[in-house]
Design a protein. Structure first.
Length: 263
């Protein structure tokens, strides 16, 4: 059985704390394998767990009401705005998921591709390691087994795993925030322009494919179909337990970055 939580809008620190809370419960077998779909109250730049804050233009974020948060997963920065975000968490001993990041990434990617096909979005999976532009931006190149469309990066995902749980979450852009994304980084103007032009040609979003927005309920229906097919398990609609809710509150400080205290 796979639990699907259809959530709502939250601040960045809550979203990250909630993902980790769910993963900890799943890892202790207190909850089944879980998918969570959610959105963001404010445009929010999420940094990889080890990413340097000095790469970020804090003044630009402040002036444009963009929040900032630290992820429990690695990788580089993603700007979450006009998107649907997914969490997938399972126990590390799940019989269908290999005991390594790349192998489990591949299986989860298959489920994402099957899901999106239900929305008439035909995706591919990146099979090669790509050279990045050496920028703080996650979207400057797809990583291996990330989801692409016509060789353009579509879903940016990141995974953390330990001996108890797998935590993978990712951004499914409805309308990619290109200008704000590029301007969120400290770069010389020529490098910023290069990144902008690169992303313009190498990133794709749902609106450019379907010519419309999609709702979280549409995505949920697609995930029910795609994940049940790949994992051969029933996907049921569930909700956050009281224990998960309480742990989320305790974990909030772990991910908060006080943007007003940064000069």
């Amino acid at each position: 059985m796979i639990r699907l939580i259809i959530d709502t809008y939250h601040m960045g620190s809550w979203n990250m704390a909630c993902d980790l809370s769910i993963a900890k419960h799943v890892g202790k077998n207190l909850q089944p394998t879980t998918i969570r779909l959610y959105e963001w109250t404010l445009p929010t730049l999420s940094l990889g767990r080890f990413q340097k804050l000095e790469d970020i233009d804090i003044t630009y974020l402040k002036n444009n009401n963009i929040d900032i948060v630290r992820r429990p997963t690695g990788g580089r920065a993603v700007l979450h705005h006009k998107e649907l975000t997914y969490l997938f968490s399972s126990n590390t001993n799940h019989p269908l998921l290999p005991n390594n990041v790349i192998g489990s990434y591949k299986i989860i990617a298959e489920a994402l591709i099957k899901s999106l096909k239900k929305l008439n979005i035909n995706c591919d999976v990146e099979k090669n390691k790509n050279k990045h532009l050496n920028t703080p931006a996650c979207y400057d190149a797809p990583s291996i087994y990330e989801i692409t469309i016509d060789k353009k990066k579509f879903i940016g995902s990141a995974q953390y795993r330990n001996d108890q749980y797998i935590l993978q979450h990712g951004s499914i852009p409805i309308e990619f925030p290109l200008e704000n994304y590029v301007n969120s980084f400290k770069m010389k103007n020529d490098k910023k322009e290069k990144l902008y032009n690169h992303l313009k040609n190498k990133v794709i979003d749902i609106k450019s494919i379907l010519k419309r927005n999609i709702s979280i309920d549409e995505m949920a229906d697609a995930f029910i179909s795609g994940f049940s097919e790949v994992f051969n398990e029933e996907v049921f609609i569930g909700e956050l337990s009281e224990s998960e809710y309480e742990l989320t509150k305790k974990l909030l400080e772990k991910f908060e970055i006080d943007i007003d205290s940064i000069s």
